[in-house]
Design a binder for this molecule. Structure first.
Ligand SMILES: [Zn+2]
Length: 350
């Protein structure tokens, strides 16, 4: 894949194993929850039900594969399709299913809500698991729902998904609108609680509103560079610079459609045209803009993303090999692998 010398390959292995590797986005709960109703369609059928603990032939993330990929801390997103009419109830079902699943593997995983808990979990040899909510839809306009979810362990919220919701416009339905009053209230409440604001999926006007409003650094948990791929989900150079100036981190996804122009979502043939070199081009571009302190990894595996070189979580060591091949220093590689996100977790999560 990279033609590394024996020494370089050994160096990559050493860096990867000694790093606290963080992945800021996956949709694995959608493959685990067994509680109906399920919103499916012909083009988006229900994937096979899996568990976190058993290695599966299907999907992209489970405990054995997380171990093999050397990933130590993962953000698991709870995503409620907007077609659910009882949105908050669906989120409650997901939170219940996820907590129940974690409880089956107490020796392997640890739910974390703070920087200290992350460090303890990793020290104890466990996978640190953080809960995030993807899209403000299930809050149903209630800040009490946000606080209740915080109390159930959620430590981040992606303000929107593709459509508009009670907080503002998603980039897929961008009318140029600002954050709503409720959206602003949520950002302020998240700052107060110590929750990480995630600007992935948000429209541009909303993004600038968040940066003006937030006291804490924010994350883009799964977004790529618009300069290299024009998809509306990606961030412009100005957005990447502003995110960095606030101390935040842009986490690059493995979504083929956000890496290369002209790749449709869920088109298995087109996905084969994307390689890890294309992903590394996004990394190089972001680093050229803002240096190595503000870039990380947010795979979006089990969320319709991945491509042959990075088709599941076991492939994370390839990222380290790629960074070695492109001449990054040990300390810069460690920052991208996890240290940058850990800096934000330490600052924001109280
Ligand atoms: Zn997403």
């Amino acid at each position: 894949m990279f033609n590394l010398s024996k020494e370089q390959a050994e160096r990559a292995r050493r860096i990867h194993e000694s790093s606290l590797v963080v992945d800021t986005h996956n949709d694995t709960i959608l493959h685990i929850i067994k509680t109906p109703p399920f919103i499916t369609s012909v083009s988006n059928p229900l994937p096979p039900r899996r568990t976190l603990g058993e290695r599966s032939e299907h999907g992209q993330i489970d405990i054995p594969r997380i171990r093999e990929g050397g990933v130590k801390c993962l953000l698991f997103a709870m995503y409620v399709d907007p077609q659910y009419t009882a949105r908050l109830r669906r989120l409650v079902q997901m939170m219940d299913a996820f907590h129940s699943e974690l409880a089956r593997y107490p020796e392997q995983v640890s739910l974390v809500t703070s920087y200290r808990e992350i460090m303890k979990a990793v020290k104890d040899g466990k996978i640190a698991v953080m809960i995030t909510i993807e899209g403000g839809e299930p809050l149903e306009g209630s800040v009490e729902a946000l606080r209740a979810m915080y109390r159930l362990g959620a430590r981040s919220l992606t303000l929107t998904h593709f459509p508009r919701n009670e907080l503002g416009d998603g980039s897929g339905a961008d009318s140029g609108s600002h954050l709503t009053e409720f959206g602003k209230h949520v950002v302020q409440e998240m700052n107060r609680l110590g929750m990480i604001v995630d600007i992935s999926h948000l429209n541009q006007t909303g993004f600038w509103d968040v940066l003006e409003l937030t006291k804490d650094p924010v994350l883009a948990t799964h977004s790529n560079c618009k300069a290299l791929c024009s998809h509306h989900r990606n961030l412009t150079d100005d957005q990447i610079k502003a995110l960095a100036e606030k101390g935040g981190v842009m986490n690059l996804s493995f979504c083929a459609g956000f890496i290369k122009d002209g790749i449709g979502f869920g088109d298995p043939e087109a996905v084969k045209k994307v390689t890890i070199h294309d992903w590394l081009d996004h990394l190089d571009h972001a680093v050229e803009l803002v240096g190595t302190n503000h870039v990380g990894i947010g795979s979006d595996l089990d969320g319709g993303c991945g491509f042959p070189d990075l088709h599941d979580v076991t492939k994370f060591p390839h990222l380290t090999e790629g960074m070695v091949a492109r001449g990054y220093s040990d300390s810069d590689i460690k920052k991208v692998l996890g240290a940058n996100n850990l800096r934000v977790f330490k600052k924001v999560l109280s």
